[in-house]
Design a protein around this ligand. Structure first.
Ligand SMILES: [Zn+2]
Length: 371
């Protein structure tokens, strides 16, 4: 393992924060995997999965079994991880600005060299190399002033040239689920099956430019803009939610690490016998068919259904209990599908988010991610 520390700007004079990067395999070897944990900071199951993965990768490297290059960022958001309010970690939003750390990543397309078009031709491999060079140059040219802007640019510059990018998160209380582009459902199907993913949510553009789309979306856009040149989806990126915040468990994380190693073996980044891919536990569904349930009134949240439950349209998912009047307000879903995530809060104001159901009927347009 080769370790490096990318300096981040100092928030306090004399204190130098940094982003830790750990690499396996020969520099420049392909395929390159980029895995980063916990951009929303207090998403600890993702960090523990990387801990177990790193242990396995060290053993594989000692055995000469790393064929590609694997890049780990075990703490993708050291700024957010240091944020606490009265003893409660809050790393989803930047305390300095209120901005979500996984939104508004720089768009490399906006700074892409206009001369790239002249370098594209009939050779797919040459097109990939030319596009990667142009994207890396574009990301290097992104302006950054605040610590969060520097962090986003550093993460994107590490990932933009990778073949596979896995942005590892967790939800509040949830089963394993997955977000990616529709065009990447097929290459990621074995990974989803290996991880036991229960909802695989697809969108061409989910809105507000999260990290995984900053990495992957340039390729379908360039393919559409240059129909005469073969351009594959050469940066395959996904956001994976490693269950809920409380699912911090050695056995789960070790199994997740094994699933990741099996997928790396399938893709040729790790040498070994072809892995056995289990049957998928869900079919991909549109992110626009993910139904957000909200509390219509304030009160005590009493769930009737648990993450992973199959639900049908009209099922009551939770009751909101008014502690003063005693009124119980049932909250039913309109979608049939999988209840894949719910809040860990048990008292909400009106409009508070209760949970999400992966349905098959489109129920939303516009921006599709949580704030
Ligand atoms: Zn997250």
């Amino acid at each position: 393992m080769r370790s490096e520390a990318i300096p981040l700007p100092s928030a306090v004079p004399g204190v130098q924060p940094s982003l830790s990067v750990q690499r396996f395999g020969a520099a420049g070897a392909r395929p390159r995997f980029h895995l980063q944990a916990s951009i929303h900071a207090d998403e600890i199951p993702a960090m523990l999965a990387v801990h177990h993965l790193r242990r396995r990768l060290n053993a594989l490297e000692q055995a000469g079994a790393i064929a590609g290059e694997i890049v780990l960022v075990p703490v993708a958001n050291p700024i957010g991880l240091g944020q606490q309010l009265l003893g409660t970690p809050i790393g989803r939003f930047d305390f300095a600005t209120g901005a979500n750390f996984n939104r508004h990543f720089p768009d490399p397309m906006a700074l892409l060299d206009p001369g790239l078009a002249a370098r594209l031709g009939g050779d797919e491999a040459r097109n990939v190399a030319a596009i990667r060079d142009a994207l890396e140059a574009a990301v290097a040219a992104v302006p950054a002033t605040t610590p969060a802007e520097h962090l986003k640019r550093a993460l994107l510059s590490l990932a933009i040239g990778a073949d596979v990018v896995l942005d590892m998160h967790c939800d509040s209380e949830a089963v394993m689920h997955f977000y990616t582009l529709p065009g990447l459902a097929e290459p990621f199907a074995p990974l989803a099956a290996l991880l036991g993913v229960r909802a695989m949510l697809l969108a061409d553009e989910s809105g507000d430019h999260p990290f995984d789309e900053a990495c992957s979306r340039p390729w379908p856009l360039l393919r559409a803009a240059h129909p005469g040149s073969p351009i594959p989806l050469a940066c395959q990126s996904a956001t994976i939610e490693f269950r809920g915040e409380g699912d911090v468990d050695h056995a789960l994380a070790a199994a997740d690490a094994e699933a990741l190693i099996a997928y790396m073996t399938l893709r040729g980044a790790v040498r070994g016998p072809a892995p056995v891919i289990p049957p998928p536990r869900c079919a991909p569904t549109p992110l626009a068919a993910s139904e957000p349930l909200v509390a219509p009134v304030p009160g005590i949240v009493v769930f009737r259904r648990a993450p992973g439950d199959a639900v049908a349209a009209g099922d009551v998912i939770a009751d909101i209990v008014d502690p003063v009047t005693g009124t119980e307000t049932p909250v039913a879903c309109v979608s049939s599908g999988v209840f894949y995530a719910r809040t860990n809060l048990r008292f909400l104001g009106a409009g508070g988010r209760l949970g999400k159901i992966a349905g098959t009927t489109l129920v939303r347009t516009g921006k599709l991610l949580s704030p």
